[in-house]
Design a binder for this molecule. Sequence first.
Ligand code: KG4
Ligand code: ZN
Length: 373
Amino acid sequence: MTTQEHLILGIESSCDETAAAIVAGGKRILSSVVASQVEIHRKYGGVVPELASREHLRQIVPVVREACEQAGVSLRDLDAIAVTRGPGLIGALLVGMTYGKVLALALGKPLIGVNHLEGHVHAVLLEAHAAGRRPALPAMCLIVSGGHTVIYRVTTEAVNGAEAFSYARIGGTRDDAAGEAYDKVARMLALGYPGGPVIDRLAEHGNPRAIRFGQPKIKGNPYDFSFSGLKTAVLYHVKRNPQLQPEIEARQQAIERGERGADALRALSTPATLDLIASFQRAAVENLVGRTLEAAAHYGARTVFVSGGVAANSELRRLFEAEAAPLGMEVYLPSRALSTDNAAMIAAAGHARLLAGERADASLNAEANLPLA
Ligand code: KG4
Ligand code: ZN
């Protein structure tokens, strides 16, 4: 094994996924195990922090064991343990952090703290490197999920012969994250939880120009986002159109019966609802793509990264591809497995930090609001 082939165990527990992964050389995923809690939080329509912590506690040991088994690696073979420090739910973060620390101490291995958002950036790099591609930096990275909507400019410099990454925050949401808006709109329209995947599927069957929601007016930073106005506009639209109520109730009952698939919910949706869904999605996606590409152009980035659960959105992917090419920009959209929360991205980010000489000690702590830059 060469020095480039360090074996890193990544541990991630910042929100509602307990994840562990083994990554070799920062780019070869030997295993990536994700225990999702979506079934537990579904009936509440969002993540309940206390339930999340309790579930992480139940899952962390078997998930790490499974990651080692799938990779055919024993804990003694590891070169380092990388663990998410934040941002996230503090009780959830503490579970992964404590376990990572104890493992590192017991095994005498280096411990590396990773910012969850940095992990999302490395998810893109990891997949690109695994495919033999080397994205040109600086890159403009949009991280868009249920918890985050933020743009970072990503650069590297050589430190001790290794690449050290730096991040500058270019803009972010002033209120709701984009995924949160999807989930709230899905709740208003009785489309189940999480809302993104169903809205994505149903939007294809509506007219995205039926309702003009317009773009939010934000003073100050032109690369900031706002999604609460769009969410409220959908709410007003539903209130002004009481004829939508019977189908909302019918879908709610279907969901309670366990019929939450996109096809079942579509069969219970009129064209008026499908148009509303398509128009909401168009407004959200145009906003995300427009601002990210404007930021890239303004800061001279020819590479755009998109990461986080909402990066799975088909219209977002189409629009990024269509609009970036004429600007001479290359867009990296990772697979769904890597764009949603996972621990391979934490291991990859930890690998870069390991090469740059970073080591944490026992004072490393979880931080709910840990900034990346
Ligand atoms: O990254 P993720 O799995 O978890 C965090 O929030 O950290 O992202 C989940 C979010 C949810 O809000 C979900 O509704 C949204 O991503 N999402 C989507 C799609 N798939 C998931 N939003 C829009 N279109 C999708 N296809
Ligand atoms: Zn995330």
